[in-house]
Design a protein around this ligand. Structure first.
Ligand SMILES: Cc1ncc(COP(=O)(O)O)c(C=O)c1O
Length: 370
């Protein structure tokens, strides 16, 4: 029996979209393929709610983060990073690798990040502000709009990691003044991993020339030049593009707002069901795509995850260290519905035992996991 994927990506993917990935390869340097890339570009702008170009990279989400740092920062201009956990901290790690001076503003995991934190630290010499729209390690969202409004008339650009947000949470790239927005294929787009996206505003293009980092594959000037003829600079992941085109058609048909609402309904349903068991759910500005909950001293998270995998055939995921034995995350991306959520919650309830409030575990499960 195959395990149901309820992790924060990769996701369950509909069979017909999986099969599209098996279609015969087309040669990419043809007018027909350029038409396909033109259609994909138009729909990506719809998804992003932007008039800007959205470039396609052959990488996972971290590649797009690195691409953003390589193109829009430099070694003499300080940047600010706002972080609520692992993925916010990843910005700082990449900046360190590129020797960019930065200040890290951190909050404890599960805590909302508000614009006053930026206002308190901001100075006009800041080149860029880097932020994570959904801190996937806890499922906590950041409302990006006030950050964009604060920076709109300043010279600093806003770089947003929307890897686990785009398509699940509301993202208004242009209206909110987001200059660079990155995402990837294996979360709300419910596609196989391997494809990343990056949108770039005119304000960001104006500073791209100041970047003094060595770059070749991720030099976005090449992508801009090629997109002007609906091409990519290097061989793209052709099967993934077939699948992306179909996914974007489906999003376009349903409407992006409806797709976001569907994620919202599923996550609310899951959070309510967990809360009804007395489980402590991260609910400070929760994201729509990822539900985080803290088992605290109730039951070891790693043990719970193993039991769910081995005995219930459901994959959920711990938070990255250091919270990996307390925090569990569930992704509601892709082809999962309320029936899957019911199955998961019933399994958790069975593992924790009838007296959840009394923190009592089923003897049988204790035996299984011993
Ligand atoms: C918010 C966020 N940023 C970046 C990444 C890194 O993406 P990838 O694993 O595709 O490199 C992830 C992955 O989970 C993420 O959730």
């Amino acid at each position: 029996m195959e395990n149901k994927l309820m992790v924060a990506g990769p996701t369950e993917i509909e069979q017909d979209i999986l099969e599209i990935g098996m279609k015969k390869q087309q040669y990419n340097r043809t007018p027909e393929f350029a038409d396909k890339l033109g259609n994909i570009q138009e729909k990506l702008r719809y998804l992003y709610k932007t008039e800007n170009d959205v470039y396609i990279l052959s990488s996972s989400g971290t590649g797009a983060m690195e691409c953003a740092v390589a193109n829009f920062t430099n070694t003499h201009e300080k940047v600010l990073v706002l972080s609520g956990g692992t993925f916010g901290d990843r910005w700082a790690e990449i900046l360190s690798a590129f020797e960019v001076p930065y200040e890290l503003i951190s909050v404890p995991i599960g805590t909302n990040i508000t614009v006053d934190l930026l206002e308190a630290k901001y100075s006009p010499d800041i080149g860029a502000v880097l932020i994570t729209a959904n801190e996937t390690s806890s499922g906590t969202k950041i409302d990006i709009k006030p950050f964009g409004e604060f920076l709109r008339d300043k010279k600093s650009i806003l770089i947003v990691d929307a890897v686990s947000s785009l398509g699940a949470d509301e993202i208004e790239t242009d209206k909110w003044g987001c200059d660079v927005v990155i995402s990837s294929s294996q979360k709300a787009l419910a596609l196989p991993p391997g494809l990343a996206l990056i949108s770039v505003s005119d304000k960001a293009w104006a500073v791209q020339g100041k970047s003094n980092h060595p770059k070749y594959y991720f030099d976005l000037k090449k992508y801009k030049l090629n997109l002007s003829r609906n091409q990519t600079p290097f061989t793209p992941p052709i099967s993934l593009l077939y699948q992306l085109e179909e996914r974007l058609e489906r999003i376009f048909e349903s409407g992006i707002d409806a797709v976001v609402s569907a994620h919202e309904s599923r996550s609310i349903y899951l959070r309510n069901r967990l809360a009804a068991l007395g489980i402590s759910v991260f609910d400070q500005n929760p994201s729509n795509g990822v539900v985080g909950f803290d088992l605290g001293g109730l039951f070891g998270a790693k043990k719970m995850i193993n039991i769910l995998r081995e005995h219930y055939h459901i994959e959920v995921t711990p938070s990255p260290p250091p919270h990996d034995d307390r925090i569990i995350r569930v992704g509601v991306f892709g082809a999962v519905g309320n029936a899957d959520i019911d199955e998961l919650v019933a399994a958790i309830e069975e593992v924790l035992g009838p007296q959840i409030g009394g923190r009592k575990c089923l003897d049988s499960v204790t035996a299984i996991s011993a």
